[in-house]
Design a protein around this ligand. Structure first.
Ligand code: PEP
Ligand code: MN
Length: 268
């Protein structure tokens, strides 16, 4: 269902009137995690001011260690919803547990993110496949293109065809940076699937200074959008502080990306 063989023309996934997969490039920005109502308000202001049209933020965090901050939980969706609504930004947040689906629906989450660690959580994929909510499916950190496509197939096979792929860097022998952004995957995915693909340069690079480089490369390579981490005060972020852009850095990046987009006949 997700392959070009099934459908030759590009699919545009609409999220509250915002198209993913057409001429327009979408940048989703926001903090790694939802922290406080004040932090979310400030983050939303920065995201809007920079010209991004959607906001990200995790209330439930898949952390490597069970002893680190796990996300603020249920109430985080309220902080997120209130802050994003004040700036009319649709919200993107990660779902890790099927038991939270009703809560996500109740809060009107606009895009459900399936994180890298859950790309092959097939029961989770089947359940989001039954929903009428767009899904961002991140690539597993060691997943092949084929495995990624088949994971999306689980969602589509259960009825939900509003899928946006997200490349977020893969694991290799290299340890100098967080992950290796697989730029090659962008044109390959555009060839294999009719669905949109976006790139997360933040989790790929793991450092704020790397984010603009990877973001420009992603757009130049044909990505339909980006998922970028930003925080009103990066050094104080509760999670992934090293890779968060300040609101000013996000604004500068948007300006640079606009030029790249224009050069390839797209708009941002
Ligand atoms: C995230 O986007 O918040 C996240 C945890 O990313 P990933 O699943 O790519 O590690
Ligand atoms: Mn993060």
């Amino acid at each position: 269902l997700v392959s070009r063989e099934f459908k030759a023309t590009d699919t545009v996934v609409q999220v509250r009137g915002i198209p993913f997969g057409g001429r327009q490039i979408q940048v989703i920005a926001g903090p790694c995690s939802v922290e406080t109502p004040e932090q979310m308000r400030a983050a939303a202001a920065g995201v809007k001011e920079a010209g991004c049209r959607l906001m990200r933020g995790g209330a439930f965090k898949p952390r490597t260690s069970p002893y680190t901050f796990q996300g603020v939980g249920d109430e985080g969706l309220d902080y997120f919803r209130d802050a994003a609504d004040a700036y009319d930004l649709p919200i993107v947040t990660e779902l890790m547990d099927v038991r939270k689906i009703d809560l996500f629906l109740e809060k009107g989450v606009d895009i459900i993110q399936i994180g890298t660690r859950n790309m092959q959580n097939f029961d989770l994929l089947k359940e989001v496949g039954r929903l009428d909510v767009p899904v961002i499916l991140k690539r597993g950190m060691s997943a092949t293109i084929k495995e990624w496509l088949m994971a999306a197939e689980y969602i589509a096979a259960h009825g939900n065809h509003r899928i946006i792929f997200a490349e977020r860097g893969i694991r290799t022998f290299e340890t100098a940076y967080r992950n290796v952004l697989d730029v090659t995957a962008i044109p390959v995915m555009k060839r294999e699937t009719h669905l949109p693909i976006i790139v997360d340069p933040s989790h790929a690079g793991g450092k704020a200074w790397l984010v603009p480089h990877l973001a420009r490369a992603a757009i130049a390579a044909g990505a339909d959008g980006l998922l970028v981490e930003t925080h009103p005060c990066p050094e104080e972020a509760w999670c992934d502080a090293d890779q968060a852009l300040s609101p000013a850095q996000l604004g500068t990046l948007m300006g640079d990306l606009r030029k790249v987009a224009e050069a390839i006949g797209r708009e941002l």
